[in-house]
Design a protein around this ligand. Structure first.
Ligand code: NAD
Length: 351
């Protein structure tokens, strides 16, 4: 099915309001999830709703929490999300960092105990809108691992995302990626659609490479991207996001239940601390033009910058609707009913 993003946003907001969230928080989560779908990341869009509703039912996700500043040491802030909606509390923590970076030039923010923060690029975009550079290291804990270390067969980490945002005078450059060969949610989307995943992205339980997303349900694992290099970056995210900011890394086997918790270490930097925003942007734009001037390689239409595929998807899906497969949609509707949305309301908000 194809669904209009505004209708979908109203429906998602209703689900979280019905689950007990304030109108403003429900709206922020709905806006974030639908934007992830608009930007082409169905793995971090409305398909997460069943996970969140399950988290709320179990008392793992606390729908009305705000982020609390627990340590303030000038450039260094530690913020506790108290297991609130990541889309709300990680945004608040980032805002604290933005304000500090504007005052003194830079901020290093540890943002811990966030329920799933979704698409990390959102927080990079938040910084870039203010003319600030940002770097985000994130780990994922609270449930059993899915990603094997390079050279290993057993699962030891999650898809630990990394993001770096660069402001320009136009659209920002947003490098925002899982450190696994594919995001876990992309394997879920492939399973729901009954399609294969790219070669080299999953292993079966015997450690054999596979393209079948179902192997993940049968003891298989996700591979890190880029062999030992992706593995190394995943480890850095684990140790900086999880070890330093969250004091909770994947080796805490007793804490592997069925939560989805993100810890994030963010560096937010004002270019005016160096040669100034204008001089920096001039260099960035020159470099961007230099990259774009490359002739396309065979099979490619042009060179893009990170963040561009998301903007292209956003303009296409805003105009034509968001595609959702039947299995994902059914599980969202079931979750809505569990949250207390009546079937008449589901019908009226979605048709
Ligand atoms: P991806 O592989 O689709 O894209 C990764 C990056 O590459 C993006 O910045 C994108 O703009 C860029 N890119 C893609 N194609 C490009 C091209 N042709 N030229 C130049 N740049 C290009 O993303 P992913 O690794 O599947 O991650 C998807 C999302 O999942 C991200 O938003 C990430 O934050 C999120 N995620 C979240 C968690 C969590 O626990 N919260 C965990 C893992 C991933």
């Amino acid at each position: 099915m194809l669904i209009n993003h505004e209708r979908l946003r109203e429906f998602v907001k209703k689900i979280f309001e019905q689950a007990g969230a304030s109108e403003d928080r429900a709206w922020q989560v709905a806006e974030h999830l639908v934007e992830a779908n608009l930007k082409g990341h169905d793995s971090h869009g409305v398909g997460m709703i069943p996970n969140y509703v399950n988290g709320i039912q179990r008392g793992h996700l606390r729908v009305n929490e705000d982020a609390e500043l627990v340590v303030d040491k000038g450039a260094v802030l530690l913020v506790d999300g108290h297991f609130g909606f990541g889309q709300v509390v990680a945004k608040q923590a980032t805002q604290m960092g933005i304000e500090r970076a504007k005052q003194i030039g830079m901020a290093c923010v540890g943002s811990k105990n966030n329920y799933h923060i979704g698409r990390v690029g959102t927080y990079g975009e938040q910084c870039a809108r203010e003319g600030l550079v940002s770097i985000h290291f994130v780990n994922v804990v609270g449930h059993p691992p899915f990603v094997s270390p390079w050279g290993g067969r057993d699962k030891r980490m999650q898809t630990n995302p990394f993001c770096c945002a660069i402001p320009t005078s136009g659209d920002p450059i947003i490098l925002d990626m899982a450190t696994s060969a594919i995001a876990l949610g992309k394997a879920r989307v492939a399973r729901m659609k009954g399609v294969s995943v790219p070669e080299g992205s999953v292993y079966d339980a015997a450690g054999q490479p596979s393209t079948d997303p179902n192997v993940l349900e049968q003891g298989g694992s996700l591979a890190p991207f880029g062999e030992h290099k992706g593995y190394g970056l995943a480890l850095v995210c684990e140790l900086l996001g999880g070890g330093l900011a969250g004091e909770w890394t994947m080796q805490n086997v007793d804490k592997q239940t069925d939560m989805t918790v993100n810890h994030m270490l963010e560096f937010i930097i004002d270019p005016n601390l160096f040669g100034g925003l204008e001089a920096f942007q001039e260099e960035v734009e020159g470099m961007s033009g230099w990259l774009r001037s490359s002739e396309p390689a065979v099979g490619n239409d042009k060179v893009r910058l990170p963040g561009e595929p998301e903007r292209e998807s956003m303009s296409e899906r805003s105009a034509n609707g968001i595609p959702l497969d039947d299995r994902s949609w059914d599980s969202i509707v079931k979750a809505a009913e569990v949250a207390g949305v009546s079937s008449e309301t589901v019908e009226s908000l979605t048709t």
